[in-house]
Design a protein around this ligand. Sequence first.
Ligand code: NAD
Length: 266
Amino acid sequence: MSRFEGRVAYVLGGGSDGPARPGETLPMGNGRAIALRLAAEGATVVVGDKVLARAEATVEHLAVPGLAVEVDAADPGSCRAAVAAALAHGGRLDIVVCNVGLSGREPLKVQSIEDWDIASDVNVRSHWLTAQAALEPMLERGSGAFVFVGSTAGVYSSRRSLSYEATKAAQLAVMRHVAVRYAGRGIRANAVVLGTIDSALVRREFGDAPGAARASVVPMGREGRPEEAAGAVAFLVSDDAGYVTGQSLLVDGGVSAAWPIPPVVS
Ligand SMILES: NC(=O)c1ccc[n+]([C@@H]2O[C@H](COP(=O)([O-])OP(=O)(O)OC[C@H]3O[C@@H](n4cnc5c(N)ncnc54)[C@H](O)[C@@H]3O)[C@@H](O)[C@H]2O)c1
């Protein structure tokens, strides 16, 4: 099945910086898995990352030849230039996935302005700037699909990082604005709201031992995989989701459906 044949996608934050899961040769992050999945279904994918080598590593593994671009999500000019590069490469943009996101570590008591500002710049501003830059050519063609990669921390408090929770909530507001404002002109915007995913990011933050403690509060009894996040994104940007817009799809193994703490079924 080639749902995305002839379509051009841009993935912001499509590299990954390890550590890899056991047996992996390529460290897998959500952004990388999304880029690979879109290309596997036929899309030409432009991968943006702050570290060009990480974007290039993703592009090397794409099923359809793509392009790696260096982009600093904290820099407005860089965000716009990366979208322009994607448009120049593909001649059009059908799909934009705003994946880049920094998870802070500071609760209210120690929340610093520096951490707040960088989280706001990368997790929210870069996303609306990217969407803004991609919007006009999509409106001209009368079609386009955005997916914003969110976190359950933007819906429920994880008690860990004030800046992360606040910016991930704001990101969902950006998504809804894009969805509702341009729904009548062929544009769709949705979010995947991820629970704990066994990704390079989580391994970096919490160590690369199997996440038994993290998985114990998940009704499905395990962490998610980046490929599962990618599958949800692929659905939302595909024509299969043609009547879906403004939605937050929770990809969390059932955590958000359970209360107060799900029983572990052995
Ligand atoms: N892994 C999880 O458990 C989990 C849970 C909830 C939400 N998320 C969300 O998933 C997204 C990231 O997932 P991932 O696995 O791809 O993460 P990742 O840490 O692998 O990041 C992907 C890429 O982003 C790049 N990057 C970092 N700062 C950048 C910047 N300023 N400009 C451009 N690129 C930059 C990194 O170089 C990296 O290659 C985030 O939006 C995060 O909030 C992840």
